[in-house]
Design a protein around this ligand. Structure first.
Ligand code: PLP
Length: 404
């Protein structure tokens, strides 16, 4: 029987990150030593005190039933307090909705905000799932691109040109996946001034890499003048606390949006895991030493990968100020053939996997085909070996290739 699939299901591509991971696994199963720089997650273990809190929650016998749909009040309170203390943003527990990762938070939001044909402006390069989630909700993503020359930052004038009567929101991440860019306070203020001119326009500020930020600018968009009611702040525990598998993310939104999302989530998934939520409370109540230790390790690796990449001819790269990715432009190699033609970022990733046994992710999945995304959330040794192999493979590509 041929199953008739929904237009919604057909409107999205499989996740590129998972695609590369699967290809790397297939090669590994053939006995090849594949180095994976395609992961979008910390390579550290969740800090001990967080794991201990989870074990205590199980042993207490008190957390076996469905938690409240929007999350335990204690967690929602701790999240709201964090914003009051760290950013002077007046969130209350009612503004917070805890979900199965920031991914579900964004997906809930799109389903809550968008009616068929509504538009969301996506600042590019963007995190892969934004576009898919907008489409699943029946909306249309409108891509506004930043350029490597300007650290991939998007010019507010270009954003303004994309605004029309159907525009519901602007979405971006800062620190950014995949470029590592961090918008400065001044740049975000400029964006907020633009937003103020359009009374119905919302901003979805994905601040999930909040802690992994090497710059002096640590700005919560909702804290900017007039932006509290216009912003939905997305965050979670996956990246900063090395808790990707625990699946705890959240958003903070104006009351009306938050309560609609809780209604929706009540039908879609209910609350997320009770034990993970207890672990997350412990994460927030502890100081940030464990997080800062991981961040200083990422900073060293960022410097290392930038210096290693600078030794490869034909690669252009911006200096990331946050997250754990670099997003080099490798397009100067396009058009070469060895053994098959490398014409775009997908071909480049296939080539690097086949020739160097290094897995990275095609930039096209993030809206920029000239680039590839390399995660430096790996050991220094793996990083050195992977970039050595990439350098050799690219040298071979240039020297032995036939130009098309
Ligand atoms: C920018 C960005 N937002 C959201 C997410 C989703 O995070 P999670 O669902 O693990 O909380 C990710 C994960 O890669 C991300 O990079």
């Amino acid at each position: 029987m041929k199953v008739k699939l929904s237009s919604r299901a057909k409107s999205v591509e499989p996740s590129a990150t998972s695609g590369m991971t699967a290809k790397a696994e297939a090669l590994r199963s053939k006995g090849k030593e594949v180095l994976s720089l395609s992961h979008g997650e910390p390579d550290f273990k969740t800090p001990d005190h967080i794991c201990t809190a989870a074990k205590q929650a199980i042993d207490s016998g008190s957390y076996f039933s469905y938690p409240p749909t929007g999350g335990y009040l204690e967690l929602r309170k701790a999240i709201a307090e964090k914003y009051v203390i760290e950013y002077n943003v007046g969130y209350r527990p009612e503004n917070v909705v805890v979900s199965n990762g920031a991914k579900q938070a964004i997906s809930n939001l799109m389903l809550t905000l968008l009616t068929e044909g509504d538009e969301v402006i996506v600042l590019a390069p963007y995190w892969v799932s934004y576009v898919a989630q907008i489409r699943i909700a029946g909306g249309n993503p409108v891509i506004v691109k930043g350029d490597l020359k300007n650290d991939f930052k998007v010019d507010p004038n270009h954003i303004e040109r994309a605004i029309n009567g159907k525009t519901r929101a602007i979405i971006f991440s800062s620190p950014s996946n995949p470029t590592g860019l961090v918008y400065s306070r001044e740049e975000l203020t400029q964006l907020s001034q633009l937003v103020s001119q359009y009374p119905d326009l919302l901003v979805i500020a994905d601040e999930i890499y909040e802690h992994i930020n090497y710059s002096k600018d640590r700005v919560c968009f909702a804290s900017l003048p007039g932006m509290l009611d216009r912003t939905i702040t997305v965050n979670g525990f996956s990246k900063g606390y090395a808790m990707t598998g625990w699946r705890v993310g959240y958003l903070c939104a104006p009351d009306q949006i938050a309560s609609e999302i809780i209604k929706l989530q009540g039908h879609l998934s209910s609350s997320n895991c009770s034990i993970s939520q207890q672990a997350s409370i412990a994460a927030l109540k502890h100081d940030l030493r464990c997080v800062n230790e991981m961040v200083s390790e990422y900073a060293k690796r960022r410097d290392l990968i930038l210096s290693l990449l600078s030794g490869i001819e034909g690669i252009k790269v911006n200096k990331p100020l946050g997250a754990f990715y670099v997003f080099p432009d490798v397009s100067s190699y396009y058009g070469l053939q060895h053994p098959f033609k490398v014409e775009n970022s997908k071909d480049m990733c296939e080539f690097l996997l086949a020739e160097a046994h290094v897995a990275v992710v095609p930039g096209i999945s993030f809206g920029e085909d000239r680039c590839i995304r390399i995660s430096y959330s790996v050991s220094e040794e793996t990083l050195r070996e992977a970039i050595r192999r990439i350098k050799l493979a690219l040298k071979k590509l240039t020297e032995e290739a036939t130009v098309q």
